[in-house]
Design a protein around this ligand. Structure first.
Ligand code: ACO
Length: 435
């Protein structure tokens, strides 16, 4: 008789059977616990890219890719986008519940008062070439934070973890804005405590010491929304990188720097930059949209429709739906014939053609979060190479919350995948003169 909540695995070569427990999530896909598999049967599992592997338990973010659902701590992304702020969302992710008014005020004060970077960072920035990609600067500067906070480096102490989390969330806008200022030869602007999180970032990006600067409230709102939408996305490549790095008990600044490096790639956070480059190429080429759709389908061509497809979403990415609407409204606000409208119209045209095309339909390829976000960022005056930096700024709270969850999880171990070895068997060393 089979026990409930187990699955039986039979090795047909030996006839040996084992029962593996089925772990039931609070919501989502049941998961087979294979931890005893190697011990009992002497096998590993093979799953490149973790297509079917849950690497941890997590109670932070829920995704249902088939139905296009995303929730942070149980709250739908649609509701948070409509009603919350980025700072409140950070609190929600970190502490598990929405704050009351006093809690939010206190959190705001903490985050606001950790935004300044040590003065020595100015020299750190000036060590980079002027044309350095801001993501390269981010990886270096965030990693370097660990050299400045050595007193609170006990990763097993919850207070040390909390202060590190606060420092990262607070300093990321300063680090990001300064990487832009450095690349453009502009003076670094210090944060201003009277401004909210998103206004402060725009201030540090675009203000000059010579003039007063008030961030445009429409842009502030749009940025805050983008930050909410990018704040977390369960076990994606960069978050898994942060967890894997942190699993060796490395400090959180090093782990987040590793996450930033992972995010940089065009298959992950670099896609928003790649989308705009693709749209500009299409406009410049003068070729019609169908030509690019055909290229995306051609397996001999490495071109992919950037901003399309997702490992988990086999339906419309709920974040893309929200961003598309915001983008449309923002451009309307900027007035007719603004220079970004052409990019937006082209995106809509690409989407319409792709969603009717058998290739995209059969592979469940829909626009993802990056498909429309780039146009909004451009309209804010953010240069292309800063797009992924802003993604990193938003995702920092997700990374650090996952890291903290992992550090508290009694089941977590150093991440150490196994392999299916396909190399040579034992060989005899042949002396150099005899080869
Ligand atoms: N354009 C054309 N074809 C595509 C695209 C695309 N954008 N995305 C996937 N496909 C095709 C693949 O060629 C493959 O076809 P096949 O079955 O005939 O071989 C099939 O769809 C499945 O694609 P995979 O690459 O196996 O899917 P995977 O889950 O590994 O990759 C990924 C997902 C990396 C996001 C992929 O869809 C992609 O490269 N998209 C473009 C880049 C992008 O927008 N990335 C941002 C992701 S969201 C984020 O990180 C914020």
């Amino acid at each position: 008789m089979l026990k409930k909540n187990t699955i039986t695995l039979k090795d047909n070569s030996t006839g040996k059977e084992i029962e593996l427990p089925i772990l039931r999530p609070s919501e989502g896909t049941p998961t087979i616990d294979v931890r005893s598999l190697y011990r009992e049967l002497g096998y590993f599992t093979y799953d490149p890219g973790f297509l079917s592997t849950a690497s941890c338990r997590s109670s932070i973010t829920f995704m249902d890719g088939e139905n296009g659902i995303l929730r942070y701590r149980g709250y739908s992304i649609e509701e948070l986008a409509a009603k919350s702020t980025f700072l409140e969302t950070c609190y929600l992710l970190m502490y598990g519940d929405l704050p009351n008014q006093d809690e939010l005020k206190e959190f705001d004060v903490i985050i606001t008062h950790h935004t300044i970077l040590h003065e020595a960072f100015k020299r750190f920035y000036s060590g980079f070439r002027r044309d350095a990609h801001p993501m390269a600067i981010m990886v270096g500067v965030v990693g370097a934070l660990s050299a400045f906070y050595q007193e609170e480096n006990d990763v097993h102490d919850p207070n040390c973890r909390l202060i590190s989390a606060h420092r990262l969330i607070s300093k990321m806008p300063t680090i990001a804005a300064w990487s832009y200022r450095y690349a453009h030869g502009l003076p670094f602007m210090y944060p201003k405590n009277s401004l909210d999180y998103s206004s402060n970032f725009l201030y540090m990006m675009f203000a000059t010491p010579a003039e007063d600067y008030t961030p445009d409230p429409v842009m502030v709102k749009a940025l805050d929304l983008l930050l909410i939408l990018h704040a977390d996305h369960e076990q994606n490549a960069s978050t898994s990188t942060v967890r894997l790095t942190g699993s060796s008990e490395a400090n959180p600044f090093a782990a987040v720097a590793a996450g930033i490096a992972s995010l940089w790639g065009p298959a992950h956070g670099g896609a928003n930059e790649a989308v705009i480059r693709m749209l500009m190429d299409i406009i410049e080429s003068g070729k019609d949209v169908q030509h690019y759709i055909d290229r995306a389908k051609d397996k001999t061509d490495r071109f992919r429709l950037m901003g399309f497809g997702h490992r988990v979403y086999k339906n419309y990415d709920p974040r893309a739906r929200i961003i598309r609407k915001v983008c449309h409204d923002l451009l309307k606000n900027l007035g007719a014939n603004n220079e970004y409208q052409q990019l937006f119209d082209l995106s809509v045209q690409l989407e319409e053609i792709a969603l009717k095309d058998e290739y995209f339909i059969s592979r469940n390829l829909y626009p993802n979060v990056d498909f429309y976000s780039g146009v909004i960022l451009l309209a804010m005056g953010i240069p292309l190479n800063m797009f992924t930096v802003i993604f990193a700024l938003a995702r920092t709270v997700g990374w650090i919350t996952h890291w903290d969850e992992m550090m508290q999880d009694p089941e977590s171990r150093i991440g150490r995948p196994r392999q299916l070895y396909s190399g040579e068997l034992t060989r005899k060393y042949v002396k150099l003169e005899k080869r």
